[in-house]
Every structure is written in C-alpha cells, then in structure tokens.
Design a protein around this ligand. Sequence first.
Ligand code: ADP
Ligand code: MG
Length: 260
Amino acid sequence: MQFKNPYPRQKVSLSLKNVSKQYSQRNSETNIVLENINIQIFEGEIITILGKSGCGKSTLLNLIAGFENSYSGEILLNGKPVKDISPDRIMMFQESALFPWLTAFQNVEIALQMAKVPKNQRKNIVKHNLDIVGLSDYSNSYIHQLSGGMKQRVSLARALSLNPQILLMDEPFAALDITIKKSLYKELLDLHEKTRKTILFVTHNINEAVLLGDRVIVMSPRIYGIKKEYVIDIPKDQRNDNLSIKNIINEITADLYDTV
Ligand SMILES: Nc1ncnc2c1ncn2[C@@H]1O[C@H](COP(=O)(O)OP(=O)(O)O)[C@@H](O)[C@H]1O
Ligand SMILES: [Mg+2]
C-alpha cells in the first residue's frame, strides 16, 4: 500500500520499504508476523499504531529500534539503513525499566553514562530533561518513592536525554489509571511541542491513538500489516468532545472488529 505525504513540505525521517518479519518455529514452520510493511514517517510527526494484541505492533517497533536484525525489506533513517540499537532511536516500554535503588536523577544520568556522554555535561542534560517532564522537584527521590505516572515520566526524561531523533513508545501508559493517563497525554503533547521529536506510539487504546496521533495506523493480523491509516488534521487541543473525532473513533472501532 502506498501512502501520500500528508505534509508535502516535510522531510521524511523514517522509511520502511517492504518490511517483512517471520519467526521460525520448532516444527520448522514459520510464523509470519509482518508482511510488506510500507510507510514513510515525517520529521516531527506523532504516529500512533493501533491493533489487537499479537498483530505485530511491538515487533514493528523492535525492528525500528534495531533490537532485531533478521528481517527482509529496508528500514531507513534519513535515507540510511538502520542497523542495531542507537541513541537516535530510543524505546520506552510499558513497564518502566528503571533502577529502583537509584534516584530519578541517577536513573537518567546512567543512560548518559552508558552513551559515553562526558561527565561534566551530564548534570545539565539530566536537569533539563527532568524539568521538561515536570519532575525537577523529584530529582533526588528514589524510584520506589514515585507513583506509576511519575516513573513513566522519569523513563521519558531518560529517553529524551539521549536526544533521539525517533522516540519509540510501546504502550507506555497502558498500566496507568485514566486520570494519570490524561495528564501524561497533555505532558507528552506539550513536550512534543517543545522538542518536535518524531514519535511512534503503540497502543491498543483507540481514544489514546486518536487524541495523540497526527496519523493513526491501524494494523491487522489477518494481512500481517497495515490495514488503514487516518490523517487527523484536527488541532490536538480541540479533540475532546469533537464530533469528527467521534466519527473517526467509530470508523476505527469498525476496522478493529473487522480484523479478527
Ligand atoms: N521472539 C519471538 N519469537 C517467536 N515469536 C514471536 C516473538 N516475538 C513475537 N512473536 C510473535 O509475533 C506475533 C506478534 O507479537 P507482538 O509483536 O508482540 O504483537 P503485539 O505487540 O501487537 O501484541 C505474535 O504472534 C507473537 O507470538
Ligand atoms: Mg506489544
């Protein structure tokens, strides 16, 4: 399937061409997960990816992150093939992979340390990113002292501190309750305004996908790939209680029911 560029003047950031992925099974059969995925993602876009459990959303993100190198097709970042993990593509998971015995500050700093950022630059970067996610006052709190929402904000600060070009988010808010989710949606959109990062956000929550995405990609396990995409050109601060948004939600709901 070919998609037209909804933002003609924007630069392509990430490009997937005929990307297919299969896993070998013990009985020497293969399990096809993704088949001929074609998509172009533009700089600064938020793409939300929706689909039922098991349809290959995480697999897609893992390929882009460089966790898996055995696939066919091409994944290009700024025109160059993606190989292995790199700070230009950082993944944030549902369960915050934080060290509970370290403070918020130390959890962000350790990522910079691993990325070999010189020590004298780390402090400012950590402070700046904790500030962006609204956690300046909790810099010295230990992870076990923080709520679920705050932990995810630390994870977000940690991901941002590496200044990735692409932020990959795999159901980052799925385990949180609805009020916390709502404040994190706002924070994510605010920080996107500030940083204009390209974000790929996987979710199985239709409302979340439609609230956050510039485009919503609907995946289907039946075709091992992208069933449909929706360009949502309604300003993000006008999406609550919006009739067009409700219609899109209804359409996507029908799409998902259709994708056994
Ligand atoms: N490491 C793996 N080995 C074998 N099969 C896998 C592996 N990872 C995922 N799969 C299979 O790929 C399919 C898609 O999984 P996944 O990408 O996790 O889906 P989603 O994130 O949409 O729930 C599932 O059928 C799953 O069993
Ligand atoms: Mg998944």
